[in-house]
Design a protein around this ligand. Structure first.
Ligand SMILES: C[S@@+](CC[C@H](N)C(=O)[O-])C[C@H]1O[C@@H](n2cnc3c(N)ncnc32)[C@H](O)[C@@H]1O
Length: 455
């Protein structure tokens, strides 16, 4: 395992300052990456690589050196980092010279305005995960709209979520079993000049025993561990994969304040009972997933890799796993309601969007507004030939929420009635107080399911 680079807080901060000064920001990276989006997938990665390889911009050179494992010459490394930061990077053990040129021993990740160091994607027991797509997804979904007092990042790895939350919370704790991860998290705090996050080592809740938090986020390991494999701390969540997610969720209420909320993101085989959940509509293809995951351990695309992947799939089948879905669990959000959400919508959801799905009872505030059916919403009825359809399935026109509320004629009549163009208050004016309350409850649910919208 690569030694953890050593440096003082001001040296790490100076390195980040240098990266900012040469324009290496997540916006800069996104601009370049989205520009290749128009290429067929088979060419996009190569086009991007060549684009960076021919560029003389210091940001491109720094990206190749620190983030992309594409070695650069000494002159290019100096152009990227400047004399002082280059000397620090060499002295601290962050970069080294190889026969192919200068390269980083670690990986730099950019998340929002943060610079984060993690391990290269090797699979050894205590490898520290960098920022993954699921990290970014959880960050967006959980980042609070209003400041909170305290936040906990459980299984924080290199500290990405904890450091992001440092802006939104007075006090943040990041905890992880992996000592190496906590060492990285402390370096990442220095790199970003963040001082209101405390990083602790320990098994799940042990480092925060007796404490409560307004916000808890966690992305536990969620890959299955076969009997013949060595456990990799950041990847393996139990024999079938989702055991750790279940454990984290079951104990979370003890660590939440009265109005606290917890977000757990994981690939789940089963959704814990009574917990509010956004379940991805897409099933994780077990074979594809196993092939991608085994590709990191088996560099050659050969028979060994193929056999590894198949051993994993067979193992899952033996464990009774038929399907796995990416799921966001909301602990403390009450209800235990579950919605199935298509991937495209899911990936783009921020905290406000997620809150709006669960916060019931808003319809009372819409009396001056008009309800209309979300364009493209459809209804389907299924029943034996010759019988009358009793229940209709509504599919949101946003093509997103697939909660598919099942409604009868009474609710269809209500939808027709409140979408004639009058304000909600006027439409419901003739009802008794009790019926009006009931109708508002139904309208609220239809809005949250993306079937109705208020204008
Ligand atoms: C999938 S990684 C997530 C890392 C980071 N939070 C993120 O979202 O990018 C799972 C993390 O859980 C940690 N972990 C695994 N087992 C743990 C345990 N028993 N107690 C605390 N943390 C654990 C791993 O070390 C790893 O950092």
């Amino acid at each position: 395992m690569v030694a953890i680079p050593q440096g003082r807080a001001e040296q790490w901060a100076a390195l980040a300052e240098r990266l900012r000064a040469i324009g290496l920001t997540s916006e800069w990276v996104e601009r370049h990456e989205s520009a290749v989006g128009r290429f067929p997938a088979a060419f996009a990665a190569d086009w991007l690589r060549v684009q960076y390889a021919v560029s003389e911009e210091p940001a491109a050179l720094a990206l190749r050196l620190l983030a992309r494992d594409e070695p650069v010459s000494r002159a290019e490394a100096l152009a990227a980092l400047g004399e002082e930061c280059f000397a620090f990077a060499v002295g601290s053990g962050l970069i080294e010279e190889t026969a192919r040129g200068w390269r980083s021993l670690l990986r730099l990740f950019l998340l929002d305005s943060l610079y984060l160091l993690g391990d290269r994607p090797e699979q050894t027991t205590d490898t520290v995960m960098g920022v993954g797509t699921t990290t970014a997804l959880l960050a967006r979904a959980s980042y609070p709209g209003e400041r909170v007092g305290s936040a906990l990042d459980l299984g924080c790895g290199g500290g990405a979520l904890a450091l992001l939350l440092a802006r939104a919370a007075d006090r943040v704790v990041g905890a992880d079993l992996n000592v190496r991860a906590i060492a990285f998290a402390r370096i990442n705090a220095m790199l970003n000049g963040i001082t209101n996050v405390e990083f602790r080592v320990g098994d799940w809740y042990a480092p925060v025993e007796g404490e409560r938090f307004d916000l808890v986020v966690s992305q536990p390991p969620f890959l299955p561990l076969r009997d013949d494999q060595e456990k990799i701390v950041y990847l393996h969540g139990g024999r079938r994969g989702d055991e750790m997610a279940h454990l984290v969720v079951s104990r979370m209420p003890e660590y939440l304040t009265a109005n606290g909320i917890g977000f757990v993101l994981a690939d789940l085989v089963t959704v814990p009972v009574g917990v509010t959940a956004l379940v991805s509509a897409e099933v994780v293809d077990l074979e594809v997933d196993a092939a991608i995951y085994c590709a990191q351990a088996e560099r050659q695309r050969d028979r060994r890799w193929w056999e590894e992947a198949h051993r994993t799939v067979e193992h899952l089948r033996r464990c009774g796993v038929k399907e796995v879905r990416l799921t966001l669990l909301l602990v403390g959000a009450g209800g235990g309601e579950q919605l199935t959400v298509a991937g495209d919508r899911w990936a783009g959801m921020d905290r406000a969007g997620i809150d709006a799905l669960w916060v019931a009872g808003a319809a009372g505030d819409w009396l001056e507004q008009r309800a209309r059916i979300v364009a493209g919403t459809t209804m389907e009825g299924e029943c034996p030939l010759g019988e009358k359809v009793r229940l209709w399935t509504l599919r949101s026109g946003r093509g997103s929420l697939r909660a598919y509320p099942q409604v009868g004629d009474g609710i269809l009549d209500l939808i027709r009635w409140v979408t004639r163009g009058e304000t909600l208050g006027a439409s419901l004016g003739g009802l008794s107080a009790g019926d009006r309350e009931k109708a508002l409850g139904v309208i609220d649910e239809l809005v949250r399911h993306g079937v109705l919208e208020m204008v």
